[in-house]
Design a binder for this molecule. Structure first.
Ligand code: UD1
Length: 422
């Protein structure tokens, strides 16, 4: 198993290229199932989750030609509609194939994704919405078996809770359904917007893109023909590098970003004392020697993203004063707290609220990554901790950060990947 050895205290400088968004690419890859023709995707991030989902398409019989950032996919040859446990258990987002498989083939079996480190993460809202569209759903042997032999029917779906994956699954299902679907309380994350635009550009009438109410005219089962899709920049990767600038007090420029998508991270870092120079597709962080504390609550877009909570906690650990961070989306997304405390942070946790008392210094230790974003928070902390920190179990990082150590090395960090001795 690999781990990262990071010697803290290096000042960073220079620029970093932001990769395509993993969370945009995953539903877009799943959406290619809605087509029986070749689709080209560009600006894919070179991360494990993308390779996992592409390998699922191959297992279903699709043809995938993938090099680092480009994939040519032809799902005309799909001959199986079973997404097996071995793949789905590696990555929860595989559940995104449920809607498109059911919509195109009238049946499918997808392994239940189960819980994960950050919480239970049920899929009840996805399933209820598909049932409302006429699907017969059964859970058996750890699999969701879904059937809609005469095709899905357009329906009015009201999500009790805003769900990114649920919205994506139902948008894809509705695209090939018979009749009109309305999704109320839809997610409006940029990744959902890009998926809707891809489907709209394939000729499906979708009204309300970027709002909480989507109206979709299905094609009555006719597969779609997609244009080439260039994946949007990863707003979480961008936010993470801004945090790297803030925590190491370094001037860093991020290229190929969408600054509108990272507005909340910019605002929160501004409130901590950092300032920024923006162009159309780049941002430079001008950090502050001393950081003010920050209060934040994670919510759905355009609110503060839960996927940036851990990284901000690492930065807040060195602020002058006490920050309060509340996690509203996932019940167990504070596992980085104990690891940050091992590095000398002073964080107190009660339920979904944490109080982060800023300390003057962090000190190196052995720490363990627990989920994707928690891992990057540990890397950020290690960049400034005095001494050599080993961040273990970095397979979490490899799932979602494209060449993290390469990019940080280019910025001047002292970071290197090593193998655990057996
Ligand atoms: C997506 C992102 C993830 C991000 C999250 C919230 C991808 C691949 N992943 O995850 O990085 O942290 O959005 O922004 O895009 N819920 C239910 N029932 C359901 C579905 C969701 O109760 O059927 C709950 C979840 O447990 C959670 C909340 O709704 O508390 C939001 O989850 P959701 O938006 O669905 O997250 P994901 O799509 O899984």
């Amino acid at each position: 198993m690999d781990y990262l050895e990071i010697v803290g205290g290096q000042k960073l400088s220079g620029s970093v290229l932001i990769s395509g968004a993993k969370n945009a690419a995953l539903p877009i890859i799943a959406a290619t199932i809605l087509s029986d023709k070749k689709v080209t995707l560009t600006n894919l991030p070179n991360v494990v989750d993308i390779r996992t989902l592409l390998s699922l398409l191959t297992m279903l019989g699709g043809e995938v030609d993938h090099s680092e950032t480009i994939a040519h996919i032809n799902n005309g040859s799909i001959n199986s509609t079973k997404a097996v446990y071995e793949i789905v258990s590696q990555m929860r987002a595989s559940i995104l194939v449920l809607g498109p498989l059911l919509a195109r083939f009238g049946e499918c079996e997808v392994s239940l994704p189960g819980g994960c480190a950050i919480g239970q993460r049920p899929i009840d809202l996805h399933l209820r919405a598909l049932e409302a569209m006429g699907a017969h759903i059964e859970i058996k042997g750890g699999y969701v078996r879904a059937e809609a032999k005469d095709g899905l029917k357009g329906a009015k779906i009201i999500f009790d809770k805003i769900t990114v994956g649920g919205t994506e699954n139902i948008v894809m299902a509705a695209a090939l359904a018979h009749g009109q679907s309305t999704i109320i309380n839809a997610a409006i994350e940029p990744e959902v917007v890009q998926l809707c635009e891809m489907i709209r550009d394939a000729g499906v009438d979708i009204q309300g893109i970027g709002t909480n109410e989507l109206i979709i005219e299905g094609t009555c089962g006719k597969p779609l023909e997609f244009k080439t899709v260039e994946i949007i920049p990863d707003r979480i990767e961008a936010g993470t590098y801004l945090c790297a600038g803030a925590i190491t007090n370094s001037v860093i420029t991020l290229n190929k970003v969408n600054n509108n998508h990272i507005r909340t991270s910019i605002d929160k870092l501004e409130s901590m004392g950092c300032s920024f120079e923006l162009t159309d597709d780049s941002i430079t962080i001008l950090p502050s020697k001393t950081l003010k504390p920050v209060n934040l609550i994670t919510t759905e877009y355009p609110g503060f993203p839960t996927d940036m909570q851990a990284q901000f906690m690492a930065v807040a650990a060195l602020a002058e004063g006490e920050s309060v961070i509340e996690e509203r989306l996932f019940e167990n997304r504070f596992m980085h707290v104990s690891e940050l405390n091992r590095l000398g942070a002073d964080i107190w946790l009660k339920g979904s609220v944490s109080a982060v008392k800023g300390v003057e210094k962090l000190f190196a230790a052995d720490v363990m990554a627990t989920d994707l974003r928690a891992s990057s928070a540990l890397v950020l902390a290690a960049l400034v901790a005095e001494g050599t920190t080993n961040v273990r179990r970095i397979y979490h990082l490899d799932r979602g950060y494209d060449d993290l150590e390469g990019k940080l090395t280019k910025l001047g960090a002292n970071i290197c990947r090593k193998k655990e001795s057996k």
